[in-house]
Design a binder for this molecule. Structure first.
Ligand code: TMP
Ligand code: ASP
Length: 251
């Protein structure tokens, strides 16, 4: 395979940069060490976070792919780069919740830590300036972002991702409390999971620890000033790579 040349910056987000490449239908995503929370009110540089999230995301995307769930992922290059198919990302953050935590418990009288069965799906309009507001079905319909059929496919895909990742994490002693995914359409119109799946976008608890702070192995360590953020992400990587093959190298 000829080496892929990284091209112009197409988009810079809070945790990643997206670049064009010299090949059609291929973009390169660079994972940054920047950490943000509360719509970027809180910021830090966490050395090593980008590489950890890149690798964890690669392993999880490849696992989803093996389980028949389509994603934008093609492979990794070096420690910070992920090669992906270009996708028109739907500006909706799809959150799946298995255990009540975070904003759900701040907004509703639901006890933190209670199991949500069936899993709860919350949709948010992805717009930093508006603070990513929670969507109702009527609001989603009004925005005409997706058709009712596409919404049904999005929900089904999110639940499939939940089942597959929940099982993978349970197998390595981790509880998938909740997570956020973004979906999009490829140039051929296929709906795929895009963006990243990492401890930045998931809540993961160590199942062997009952202490409500010590068990946290995700970005809540940063949000709540608990320290040990990169070490926690490293622990997630260690466990996941213990049961997944090496991520494939692309270009
Ligand atoms: P929440 O409890 O703050 O609504 O978060 C639910 C899940 O979504 C949690 O796993 C963290 C993830 N998430 C993101 O990935 N990006 C975001 O901007 C927010 C607010 C949450
Ligand atoms: N990713 C969001 C932000 O930077 C919020 C969060 O993950 O808490 O602000």
């Amino acid at each position: 395979m000829t080496a892929v040349a990284i091209g112009a910056l197409l988009y810079e987000g809070k945790a990643k940069r997206v670049h064009a490449t010299d090949q059609p239908d291929l973009v390169a995503v660079e994972y940054k060490d920047d950490a943000t929370a509360f719509n970027a009110l809180k910021k830090a540089q966490l050395t090593g976070k980008g590489a950890l999230n890149c690798r964890i995301s690669a392993l999880l995307f490849e696992h989803l792919e093996r389980c028949g769930i389509p994603t934008h992922y093609l492979g990794v290059r070096d420690s910070l780069w992920m090669m992906v198919r270009p996708v028109r990302v739907i500006p909706v953050e799809v959150v799946v919740r298995n255990i009540a935590a975070g904003s759900l418990c701040r907004q509703l009288p639901i006890a933190a830590g209670s199991r949500l069965q069936p899993a709860l799906i919350d949709l948010y309009y992805k717009d930093d300036a508006l603070g990513d507001p929670l969507l109702s079905e009527a609001r989603l319909e009004r925005l005409q972002l997706v058709s009712p059929e596409q919404l049904a496919s999005i929900r089904a895909l999110a639940l499939q991702v939940n089942a597959v990742l929940g099982e993978l994490f349970a197998g390595v002693g981790l509880e998938l409390v909740d997570f956020k995914i973004e979906l999009g359409f490829t140039t051929t119109g296929d709906l795929v999971v895009a963006d990243e799946i990492s401890p930045d976008s998931c809540r993961l608890w160590d199942r062997a620890i009952s202490d409500s702070q010590e068990r946290i192995l995700d970005k809540d360590r940063f949000r709540q000033d608990l320290g040990g953020v990169v070490e926690a992400y490293g622990e997630v990587l260690k466990r996941v790579q213990g049961v997944c093959p090496e991520p494939r190298v692309y270009g």
